[in-house]
Design a protein around this ligand. Structure first.
Ligand code: ADP
Ligand code: MG
Length: 343
């Protein structure tokens, strides 16, 4: 056996990147979450060649000061949590301090930012293994622009796992859709190869919300969806649930957010499936965009690196609340109704 030695930090980052960065869409997810955590009110995403060549995310959030820029790219460096208590009640989308380190170890990454304290901004660029990022002045208004180019340029084995431009873009657009549905008070814009794909104005009033959901999930869904907003025992569920008449052959229009984070969870899926079980044919799937709000201390989001999974402390209570709320809403719609009469 060879002697044990420490991996250099770039190599360690590349290995860790495997968990976080699978494809361009995973990069976009992390960058969008960072922009939202920074309090952005406008987020612009530019993508080229399905994101393999370029993923650029610009926000008008709080920005990063010049001293913090290199730190933002290093592993286990975060401004979002400090203590174990913070970890037990996460209020931000990110907290692991891994994403930028991971992405920068497998791409060419530029981070340009202005935290608003100075008239000009600063930027750092790193390319894969190339260490020691140096900070240089750059013109940038308050906010941050992250530019990721040439994903996996230095890890050819992983690059080979990427699919066609079209497939990668579909994954990217799905990530964009999920995030854009989570924060109505932020405007979003997405371009692909310089073509505008989505342009979603900011605004939390009913009209803009409905317009955004219709734009992202289709008009047919909105026309056959029931709007719900129920609060009980510290739990709140609001959003849109598709009427049984809008069932799908695939479970491809199911968005469930826990405190603004899109998740997949067995307890949730089971409660929803049960609620619809009397009204959907076997093999058909309901469609929904639902937002669940719960005390952050009662849900653990630190279950998986991609944070798609959560663990509820009171599983039974959550299950029963979701089931009852959805079941009742469905039952209130009389057969033949389009749902609107009962709103
Ligand atoms: P995490 O989001 O888990 O903290 P990241 O690697 O994604 O880890 O980001 C590291 C740090 O860089 C963040 O904690 C934050 O302070 C800063 N940062 C990253 N993106 C942005 C952004 N768009 N605006 C402001 N700060 C950012
Ligand atoms: Mg992050």
């Amino acid at each position: 056996m060879a002697k044990i030695h420490r991996l250099d930090s770039r190599l360690a980052n590349q290995i860790a990147a495997g968990e976080v960065v699978e494809r361009p869409a995973s990069v976009l997810k992390e960058l969008l979450e960072n922009a939202l955590d920074a309090g952005a009110r406008q987020i612009t995403v530019d993508v080229e060649q399905g994101g393999i060549k370029l993923v650029k995310v610009r926000d008008d959030g709080g920005g990063i000061g010049p001293d913090d820029l290199p730190l933002a790219l290093s592993r286990h460096a975060t401004s979002k949590i400090q203590s174990q208590e913070d970890l037990e009640a996460i209020g931000t989308l990110g907290f692991r301090g891994e994403a930028l380190a991971a992405i920068s170890s497998v791409s060419r990454l530029t981070l340009a930012s202005n935290d608003g304290d100075q008239p000009q901004g600063w930027q750092v660029t790193v390319e894969g293994r190339d260490m020691a990022p140096s900070v240089a002045p750059a013109a940038h208004p308050r906010g941050t622009t992250v530019t990721m180019r040439d994903l996996f340029f230095n890890t050819p084995a992983r690059r080979r796992f990427l699919r066609t431009e079209k497939t990668e873009f579909n994954h990217l657009e799905e990530v964009f859709r999920r995030v854009a549905l989570s924060e109505f008070q932020t405007g979003f814009r997405l371009t692909h190869n310089q073509k505008v794909i989505h342009q979603l104005p900011a605004g939390d009033d009913a009209t803009l919300r409905a317009a955004r959901v219709a734009r992202l999930c289709g008009r047919a869904f909105m026309e056959q969806a029931l709007e719900v907003d129920i609060e009980h025992g510290g739990l709140r569920l609001h959003g849109w649930m598709g009427l049984p008449t809008f069932s799908r052959a695939q479970a491809d229009l199911q968005y469930f957010y826990v405190n603004g984070r899109v998740i997949r969870d067995k307890v949730v899926s089971h409660a929803v499936r049960q609620a619809y079980s009397d009204v959907l044919y076997h093999g058909r799937h309901p469609a929904y965009v639902l937002f669940f709000e719960v005390d952050p201390a009662l849900v653990d989001v630190n279950v998986h690196p991609t944070k798609h999974e959560v663990r509820f402390r009171e599983q039974r209570q959550v299950h029963d609340f979701l089931f009852r709320t959805l079941h009742r809403a469905i039952a209130e719609v009389r057969p033949g109704d389009d749902g609107r009469a009962e709103r």
